[in-house]
Design a protein around this ligand. Sequence first.
Ligand code: ZN
Length: 125
Amino acid sequence: MAAEFLDSTALRAAVAPAGPGCPHCAALRAPGWESVAAPVGEPLLACIGTLRDPAVDEPTVLERHAPGTGYWHARARVVPTHFPYNRCTVWRCPQCRRGFLQYTEAGGYYVDHRLRELDPTLIED
Ligand SMILES: [Zn+2]
């Protein structure tokens, strides 16, 4: 089954405010993007949807950042229409609903799984 597409409004509504999490998920720490050895899945996190718009054939690789931030920044804006958010799946802790984003960066010679906590206040339309 394909993951449900979430727009920015649905994304904000789907997750709890940013915080330290609960005993189930507190070990996951990724205020900015972190490389992880493998995608994080169940039972730690549950997949609740995707930010990849099924109406867009080739998601843009353009990024959008506020001055003073960048891709790896802990306060980088989450812009679902821009890279890398436009190819992320959305996950959350089944206990406290803390949200996470994940995607896989694939270069010519490497595959890198990336994880970031989702702070709903950073989401931009
Ligand atoms: Zn939790």
